[in-house]
Ligand binder design. Structure first.
Ligand code: PLP
Length: 288
């Protein structure tokens, strides 16, 4: 079956799904995006993703391309046309097409594109074995909390990880603290059993999975400590894990050359993974 993309009001086969060369997303990375997991045909935490999309659009002063109700209809249609039961939808909004100029154009209409793909969200092998990460300097701009499509540092970091056989790169700020992965949030569990993740300030993207897991943990009476943690603390941790919409919760069993715990996914990370899986299977916290 051929993939169908949504491009500015039209549903098109992928080979025909193109935007203009002067789209500001292409020339300036002037846009933002969302990746939403689809489980059993249902979008996981669609409401939280739309809320974050609006936050990014507001921060970039891009006008929403359509109402939330219309966005939901298009997302549903893209999922239907691609027959995705499990996978994810990619949604991107740019400031639109205009003659190249750094300052905002007066009359551009935002571009909206969407694609959807089938994918197994919690890969059984990765769940069973855990993954390794490397640490790299966080060289991104000062607003990673905006889900901007300017992802070059993230792409460079992910490639660096891939070249040494690691799954992800954890980015480290100037104080030696781990902010987050290139496409996931970072978590550790220390010797006291404290579950720790970086606070959702300007230094990280507040992952919807991160928000969902915190919600599910709070509902289950489990505590999360949101504070920065150093590389040394991470390497001495009892367990470590990462979260994202396309991975849910994955154990991290190695950081650079340091094996975490006994090199196997830890018990608490597995428990939190199961907690999140149940939460996602129910659609997330605001089934809107
Ligand atoms: N941090 C970064 C930099 C990301 O790019 C992503 C996802 O792409 C995440 C965290 C995880 O966010 P979410 O859980 O919303 O997928």
């Amino acid at each position: 079956m051929s993939h169908i993309a949504y491009v500015n009001v039209r549903y098109l086969p992928h080979r025909d799904a193109v935007v203009h060369v002067e789209d500001r997303g292409y020339q300036f990375a002037d846009g933002c995006y969302e990746v939403v997991a689809i489980k059993d045909g249902i979008l996981v935490d669609e409401g939280l993703h739309l809320r974050r999309l609006h936050r990014s659009l507001d921060a970039l002063e891009i006008v929403p391309p359509m109402s939330d109700a219309a966005l939901k209809t298009v997302m549903g249609e893209v999922i239907r046309r691609n027959a995705v039961g499990e996978g994810f939808i990619y949604l991107q909004v740019t400031r639109g097409t205009a003659a190249r100029d750094f300052a905002f154009p007066k009359a551009a209409r935002p571009s909206l594109v969407m694609t959807a793909r089938r994918r197994t969200l919690s890969d059984p092998r990765l769940l069973a074995e855990g993954v390794s990460v490397i640490t790299i300097p966080d060289i991104r701009w000062a607003r990673p909390d905006i889900k901007s499509i300017a992802l070059l540092p993230n792409a460079l970091g992910k490639e660096q990880a891939k070249r040494v056989g690691a799954y992800e790169a954890w980015q480290v700020d100037r104080d030696g603290n781990i902010t987050e992965g290139t496409s996931s949030n970072a978590w550790i569990i220390n010797a006291d059993g404290d579950v720790i993740t970086h606070p959702a300030d300007h230094a990280i993207l507040d992952g919807v999975t991160r928000q969902g897991l915190i919600h599910a943990m709070t509902e289950a009476g489990l505590k999360v400590i949101e504070r920065p943690f150093s590389i040394a603390e991470a390497k001495a941790a009892r367990e470590a894990m990462l979260t994202s919409s396309t991975n849910f919760v994955l154990s991290v069993v190695r950081i650079d050359d340091t094996v975490i715990g006994n090199g196997q996914p830890g018990h608490l990370a597995e428990k939190l993974g199961a907690l999140y899986a149940a939460y996602a299977a129910a659609g997330g916290q605001d089934r809107s």
